[in-house]
Design a protein around this ligand. Sequence first.
Ligand code: ADP
Ligand code: F6P
Length: 481
Amino acid sequence: MQPDRVGQSISDGAASFVVVANRLPIDATIEDDGLVTWSGSPGGLVSALAPVLTGREAVWIGWSGIATDERPVTPPSMMGSYHLVDVPLTTQMVEEYYEGFSNSTLWPLFHDRIVAPEYHRDTWNAYVEVNLLFAERTAAVAAQGATVWVHDYQLLLMPSMLRSLRPDLRIGFYLHIPFPPAELFLQLPWRQRIIEGMLGADLVGFQTPFGAGNFCEVASLLLDIDNTFDRDAGGWVDLDGGRRVRVDAFPISIDVVSYAALAATPEVQQRAREIRSELGDPKFLLLGVDRMDYTKGIDVRLRAFVELLEDQMLDPGTVVLMQIATPSREQVEEYQRLREDIELLVGRAAGALGEIGEMPLRYMYSGLPREELVAFYVAADVMLVTPFRDGMNLVAKEYVACQVDDNGSLVLSEFAGAALEFPQAWLVNPFSQESVKEAIMTAIGTTSADRRRRMSAMRTHLTRHDVARWAKGFLDALAAV
Ligand code: ADP
Ligand code: F6P
């Protein structure tokens, strides 16, 4: 779906359904002549919300991705049938709120301190300021009694800010990343403010019952209040003054039908064959696809693969590992360090492995169009998904959706939310190199019947639990509160 520049801007007080996320569902491309063009970056969230966004005065509120003082831009005001509302951020806000508090404090803390979180008062102040900007913008456009759905860790304070401004609204909050156990979360200097911020919502949703349970435990500890949380049934947090907040798990998913349909097209099937041929027609093609992020365990799988070649468990003439990493958060120091480490590892491996003409480890640092990505999923015999911690991991679900002939294997970290739904994957502990090595060998060596049985079970589960079911589940629960 393409954004629409000439569409009507929404009037204040007119929106009956509002989605709020750090980013708008559009991408800007800056041409060589400096011209900015916009394209839709719908992804799963937009397609899931399309039915509820369509047919009423609906709005998506978010940041355009470009700092206003870097380049003044006016994002399109509509996409399809719903409106877009930009929250303009300055370079300093981007550095402190987005790169700083969101991605150098909350992101590493909520992902089990894989790198050390930074605690700075300046970035916290910017986080408060930007959350208030989002809340004010939302309060202005929402109609009386509207439903507002706030997304993710960049906006944890927003629900309570919005409730203060507009007590009439029905507010849902969904966290896309893990919520850490109490002993980690309690390190955060602003822990109470964050919990109070989230509890401004009527419904707080998490990827897994573990995240929901951790949140309830922390809320009870910090605010000295009761909760009735149960891993199977979700629960309630009872606030002073009688307000109750519903807490539950809603595992996110993907648009399964559209991935499977794309994977089955003759063009994608043909491209998948070409990819294998371009990679030297290996007997086994292994694949990794991730944002370049230290949570994803890219280094773990590369090291495991290199060791298997060195141990002569794998033959460099017949096996290829293709790692595709999409650039992410490149201004944040830890992300720059990670990229250097990964590229050093790839470079060393290229020098040390294989005969002349053999290149068992391939690496690409770029984002791919959906058709090309799906062709890689179709081409791959084994998908390696080895995060140290991941809220869900949609790549794992996309790979499963694309195995329309059930002929692929998934090696999956126990610490990805997806592991709760895919017990038939080859589950690994990414902190154990041996565990990853063993899983790769087992996935490669298993019988065709076993491989198909496992993949078929995962596809059946996924088909029944697609992104539309996720969105409906959350919104029905919000309507019922
Ligand atoms: P996260 O939310 O941490 O980025 P997920 O695995 O849940 O991790 O989602 C990543 C999304 O980004 C998936 O939809 C995946 O298809 C997409 N993606 C990852 N790498 C690439 C790439 N190189 N090119 C295009 N899309 C990518
Ligand atoms: O799922 C986590 C998340 O931060 C999302 O909020 C976001 O859409 C995605 O990863 C990409 O991150 P960023 O917006 O920082 O590029």
